[in-house]
Ligand binder design. Structure first.
Ligand code: CU
Length: 212
């Protein structure tokens, strides 16, 4: 009896893993260049460094002149502009997951250790499904999605489709990206792990004593 139940749950878990959902299309994210800051928020609001998905483009707009953007030495993405006047724009598409630090040469400096000081910013580039921003999509991300399923509203809670909800479409994106990690990060994850995680979740649902 127990074995039958387990088989049924596993089957439903695997079927659930098979859910096919929307593909995330690449987005363009705005960053303003002004004063001595780079910010995804408009001027007057708190300075915000954006979190984007792999494949997204950052569109910098110079709201004041005399600045440039350039990545620090050793960055996984390399870009550099001239010092540009107000009204200029620059686009760069980020295809590698990780944290990219950049700065303005006239008003900041490269510290040489992957960090920058003065007028500097970061672009955090993550795979869809990477809720905790460790640049891997694994069971810990599934755990976060599970905790916030139906209630979460933000990317860090599992809203990978950017629709303000944590739902099946987000699970689909996590599933499609499961196991992704930069080449330097060993990642033993496989679809099997996710299937087992989902099966455990389904077994747990409706059982108040089960640790979620
Ligand atoms: Cu500057």
């Amino acid at each position: 009896m127990l074995r039958r139940l387990l088989a049924a749950v596993l089957a439903s878990g695997v079927a659930f893993v098979g859910v096919n959902c929307l593909q995330l299309s690449a987005a363009t994210v705005n960053v303003r260049v002004y004063g001595f800051d780079f910010s995804a928020n408009p001027k007057g609001q708190p300075v915000l460094d954006p979190v984007i998905d792999v494949g997204d483009t950052v569109h910098w707009t110079w709201e004041s002149g005399g600045h440039n953007v350039q990545s620090v030495k050793g960055s996984i993405e390399t870009f550099k502009t001239a010092v540009l006047p107000s009204g200029s724009t620059y686009d760069y598409t980020f295809n590698s997951a990780g944290q990219i630090v950049y700065f303005c040469l006239p008003h900041g400096s490269d510290l040489g250790n992957g960090k920058a000081t003065g007028m500097a910013g970061t672009i955090t580039v993550a795979y869809p499904g990477d809720a905790n921003l460790d640049f891997k999509v694994d069971l810990s991300d599934f755990g976060i999605l599970k905790e916030n399923f139906g209630t979460g509203t933000t990317r860090s809670q599992g809203d990978f489709s950017h629709d303000g909800k944590v739902d099946l479409s987000d699970f689909g994106l996590l599933k499609d990206n499961f196991g992704r990690a930069p080449a330097t990060v060993p990642e033993p994850a496989s679809g099997w792990l996710l299937a087992l995680g989902v099966a455990a979740w389904l077994v747990c649902r409706g059982q108040p004593r089960c640790a979620r």
